[in-house]
Write a protein that binds this ligand. Structure first.
Ligand code: 4AD
Ligand code: MG
Length: 440
């Protein structure tokens, strides 16, 4: 839509357009006025800009238009860009015309406090709040950084299917669906298919929605979340750890460089992020277990954890607090991990897996070296009571040029909640699906 000869621009670009006549198109975020001067805060998705409307500079109908605007009314404002260091984004617009597209009905979300239930019911409108817009942009930047990092290292993006005939992460959390005359499951992870792709292209990643029918009601669980999963041929556990750490630290640096305004809207101190761009400790599970037991004895925290158990939320929290940065827990007891993880040749009771535990957020990454021996893998499939027929293709990968390989999965929402300092993952996805929610 460009009826006028004036250039349509986005708010984020205004700082480069000082003195120029431009048109902004957006929604009214807020307004205040005194007499012959109105200050309209306009948002267009790229930022928020103060537009100054003076009755002596615009026509009378324009000034009347500006006065009737309600919150979220859609509006087109033409004017001159005025650079000002004190203005958010470094620029304001001095209006010479205000054109109303639609006057919005009273907007249900105002400045007063709303409860999370109300906000979630109005998620389609809540997305327009300052913090939610910042989170959506941070989410975009995190994903862009993941992909940039991998693309620059020669990885290929190869998508895995969403309808699958079998489980990947265990059968207890599968969503089942009709598939013509048959049954299919919504994928829990693209990993098994990424392994096949890695045997074709060497270094790959998949990114897509994944589904877990967990009856968990915690602030860290969604039933539908987005996961990025790199997979590398010829990789050992150190390679897997190096890749995950490198990719996430790159992402932190990208946020610090490109998302300053969003971090400010989220009241996130950049120094917190800077501190995490350090070398991350790598800790075998047994050492982590010893520390946790010690802390329980000292009364530092309470937990039912005992050696051999998976880590629970309190255990992850206390580990994160202790190190003050992400910690990589490796060499897990085989009983608590998935069937495909390779046994540790130095200790048959362990698998070559890694979880990355981030301060306050808990587990953000799960990864491993994969079992590459056909017969051992078949035994693991039987141990886990998985249907052998459904895994024939996966077993084939161990018959035709099997190689050591591994990778990891990183949950996008968990990562965003950690980096943005947002308590609940439900705010880190546009339309969250949880145990209790599938609307809007
Ligand atoms: O540890 P998980 O279950 O690992 C896998 O799915 C492997 N197949 C990945 C791989 O090696 N390619 O899940 C990986 C990550 C978790 O660390 C977490 O960040 C996220 O996915 N995640 C969830 N995020 C939100 N809600 C849930 N219910 C999640 N479950 C896992
Ligand atoms: Mg895991």
């Amino acid at each position: 839509m460009s009826e006028s000869s004036t250039k349509d621009v986005r708010i984020a670009d205004l700082a480069q357009l000082g003195g120029e006549q431009v048109r902004l198109r957006g929604w009214l975020y807020n307004s205040r006025g005194k007499g012959k001067m109105l200050f309209l805060l306009l948002r267009d998705g790229s930022g928020i800009c103060q537009c100054i409307v003076r009755s002596d500079l615009v026509s009378e109908p324009c000034f009347e238009n500006a006065k009737r605007l309600t919150q979220e009314s859609s509006v087109l404002i033409t004017g001159t860009v005025q650079l000002d260091d004190r203005a958010p984004g470094g620029a304001e617009l001095v209006a010479d015309s205000v054109e109303v597209h639609q006057i919005a009905e009273p907007f249900p979300i105002g400045k007063k406090e709303h409860g999370p239930g109300f906000l979630m019911d109005h998620r389609h409108l809540w997305l327009r709040s300052k913090k939610q817009m910042a989170l959506l942009r941070v989410r975009h930047r995190v994903l862009k950084s993941f992909r940039e990092f991998l693309d620059d290292q020669g990885f290929f993006c190869v998508d895995s299917p969403i309808f699958t005939p079998n489980a990947c992460e265990g059968t207890s959390t599968l969503f089942q669906t009709e598939y013509f005359e048959d049954t299919a499951y919504l994928t829990q992870s693209g990993q098994l298919y990424a392994e096949a792709s890695a045997m074709a292209l060497g270094k790959v990643y998949c990114f897509g929605p994944t589904f877990r029918a967990e009856k968990s009601k915690t602030r860290r669980h969604l039933t539908e979340f987005w996961m990025l999963e790199p997979e590398m041929a010829w990789a050992d556990l150190t390679d897997v750890c190096d890749l995950a750490e490198g990719m996430i630290r790159y992402t932190i640096r990208q946020l610090l460089e490109h998302a300053q305004a969003d971090l400010a809207d989220l009241e996130r101190d950049p120094a917190t992020l800077e501190a995490w761009d350090c070398e991350w400790p790598r800790l075998p599970y047994d050492d982590a277990a010893t520390m946790l037991l010690e802390w329980q004895k000292e009364g530092k925290y309470e937990s039912e954890f005992k050696p051999g158990d998976d880590l629970g939320a309190p255990d992850e929290t206390v580990l994160g607090e202790h190190f003050g940065c992400p910690v990589m827990v490796t060499h897990w007891p085989k009983e608590v991990k998935a069937f495909y993880m390779k046994r540790d040749p130095d200790d048959e009771s362990k698998v070559l897996g890694v979880d990355i535990i981030a301060p306050t957020a808990g587990e953000i990454v799960g990864g491993a070296v994969r079992e590459e021996d056909h017969d051992v893998l078949l035994g693991r499939i039987h141990d886990h009571d998985l249907p052998e027929e459904a895994f024939q293709w996966y077993l084939d990968l161990r018959k035709f040029g099997s190689v050591p390989h591994g990778g990891f999965g990183i949950g996008l929402e968990r990562t965003v909640s950690w980096l943005a300092g947002v308590e609940h993952v439900r705010e880190c996805i546009p339309f969250p699906r949880t145990l209790q929610r599938i609307y809007p």
